[in-house]
Design a protein around this ligand. Sequence first.
Ligand SMILES: Nc1ncnc2c1ncn2[C@@H]1O[C@H](COP(=O)(O)OP(=O)(O)OP(=O)(O)O)[C@@H](O)[C@H]1O
Length: 351
Amino acid sequence: MARIELIDIAHAYGQSWALKQMTLSWSDGGAYALLGPSGCGKTTLLNIISGLIAPTQGKILFDGRDVTALEPQQRNIAQVFQFPVVYDTMSVYDNLAFPLRNRGWKEGEVRRRVHEIAEILELQSDLPRRAHGLAADVKQKISLGRGLVRPDVAAVLFDEPLTVIDPHVKWLLRRKLKQLHQQLNLSLIYVTHDQTEALTFADRVVVMTQGEVVQVGTAEALFESPAHRFVGHFIGSPGMNFLDCDGAPPHIEGVPIGTSSTQQPEPGAALAIGIRPEYLEVHSSPGPNRVPAIVTSAQDQGTQWMVQLQIGRRTAWSKVRHASEAVGVGPAFAYIPPDKCALYADDRRVA
Ligand SMILES: Nc1ncnc2c1ncn2[C@@H]1O[C@H](COP(=O)(O)OP(=O)(O)OP(=O)(O)O)[C@@H](O)[C@H]1O
């Protein structure tokens, strides 16, 4: 395993930049997810790490060694793709053993390692079977196993590996991958556009949009303190409310709003208050940080109420645990707890 550093990396296909300049460091043994919508540059970044793509600019270091000019085979990386890559004519056992035998492992050691991986992936009973004819999810488990079987790789890269798996098995495999990371102590980088997949799998999530990394953080940090409006929108269901505001201190509908931000935004920046629906409260009386609002709908979702509010021209959502009088449709006050909200200037969180 290796510490991976990307220094001033950028990549263009023809005239268009798929990755804007970035410097990133991935620690040895970490479980990372690369999360972002389709077309944001995740696969390009992954392929730059594996060596399938040579970056237009910048360099890549593995444990301080410059590998930018090295071919994929020379980088000692394992990669698992969206669709299973298995040898149909071989048994499941031989498929898993293949990367080890290729490296000249002794049969006794191969057997031990293959059984260890097969046990974690629940493939033991399939080991003697030929891969041909097995279901897509079993084949993808074999692909995962082949990616994970070598303990000496710099990193294992996964590109949306659960796409072909049905939802129930997907949930199980996600948990397995987490367990595998803990047991095998490998550096894992996992590309996905699915926030649940990223947040359950990774210790650190790298969030990308439009060729740019906008935040690297734990699931908790991405939820509690989105560094960029994109992260606020993308993480959470529904995403964070952004309520445009003006002045210093910021005002919404004439009400001054205290926030957790202590610095001053750049003059002239477009300002908004970010508050998660989980923290926005609905009250029936005015008070500090309470903004006049109209409750336009309140939907009972069993364990919570999803309340829609109109605040001037703005629409906001509040998740309310218990139905109270304030949940009724009509005039109300939206309470924005100061410690749960932050100021955003031109899309970025103000510290
Ligand atoms: N070989 C290529 N030639 C030209 N443009 C490309 C090529 N590969 C990717 N792109 C473009 O580069 C951008 C980033 O693509 P990339 O596949 O890295 O994104 P992604 O986040 O992995 O998306 P997806 O989840 O859809 O695979 C997109 O606009 C895509 O159209």
